[in-house]
Design a protein around this ligand. Structure first.
Ligand code: ADP
Ligand code: MG
Length: 257
């Protein structure tokens, strides 16, 4: 709960890897109910920025405020507990388990900070009430993304686009205030991208805030409210999709790269 301020504020954040400045004094914000896109050529510093926000990396300098509190330097589990959920570029599903179980395991993972099959084992140790609660939460998240009708299918039988949406359902368990998506449209076919965009727009309509890294320009332009453009670790532009499409520095960065 921030009184009018942005939900997320990245403030002059710098990340150095030895002599390399991967992110150089970058600032931007995400307001409640907004979809913000982070774009830029390969090596621009997008993933590093994402990792600085979600706590996988600690900034060398600068501040990250989430819901009004300083979170730079907290680990990813502590940040997740404060209401930030993220997906990863590569879907880690348990193919022979159902969609519902996969989402429930994701929720449990988020709660317990466990990974992979440890999660499945941990789940077996849950008591009935906890398991029922997790499954109910997972069902609600699947409902939210329009996949409830597939909850009893094997996760491995889903098309890639549906798997990506399932990943988002996983992230939605535990009621995050901010969703971080790492290249959600990568590898998807046109219709799958449309379906994904529709899901994200619907989440936004419900008040969700989303920050996404994405290569697909058409996808970003039709979906986002605000775009931050990076090149060589620096923010070179930001604005609405309309402003970014005609921004000279952005055109230069993409034609040059
Ligand atoms: P993007 O996601 O925009 O393609 P990255 O954030 O992955 O860019 O990388 C930005 C720069 O930082 C690149 O030059 C990359 O090689 C470098 N980099 C990223 N992670 C590390 C790391 N862990 N150690 C050293 N250099 C890194
Ligand atoms: Mg990257």
């Amino acid at each position: 709960p921030t009184a009018g301020g942005p939900l997320l504020q990245v403030d002059a954040v710098t990340k150095r890897f030895g002599g390399l400045v991967a992110v150089n004094a970058v600032s931007f914000g995400v307001k409640a109910g907004e979809i913000v896109g982070l774009i830029g050529p390969n090596g621009a510093g997008k993933s590093t920025t994402f990792n600085l926000v979600s706590g996988l990396l600690k900034p060398t300098e600068g501040a990250v405020r989430f819901q009004g509190e300083q979170i730079a330097g907290l680990n990813s589990r502590a940040i997740a507990k404060r209401g930030m959920a993220r997906t990863f570029q590569h879907v880690k599903l348990l193919p022979s388990m159902t969609v519902l179980e996969n989402v429930a395991l994701g929720a449990h993972q988020r709660l317990g900070g466990l990974m992979g099959m440890d999660v499945a084992r941990a789940m077996l140790r849950l008591d009935r009430a906890d398991e029922a609660r997790l499954l109910a939460e997972a069902a609600r998240a699947l409902e939210q993304v329009g996949l409830a009708h597939l909850m009893h299918e094997q996760a491995g039988s889903l098309a890639l686009g549906q798997q990506r949406i399932m990943e988002i359902a996983r992230a939605l368990c535990c009621d995050p205030a901010l969703l971080l998506l790492d290249e959600p449209a990568a590898g998807l076919r046109h219709l799958e991208k449309q379906a994904l965009a529709d899901v994200l727009k619907q989440l936004r309509a419900g008040g969700m805030s989303i920050l996404l890294v994405e290569h697909d320009m058409e996808f970003v332009m039709q979906l986002t409210d605000h775009i931050v453009v990076m090149e060589f670790g620096t923010k070179i532009a930001e604005g609405t999709p309309e402003q970014i499409q005609v921004h000279p520095a952005v055109i230069e960065a993409y034609l040059g790269g």
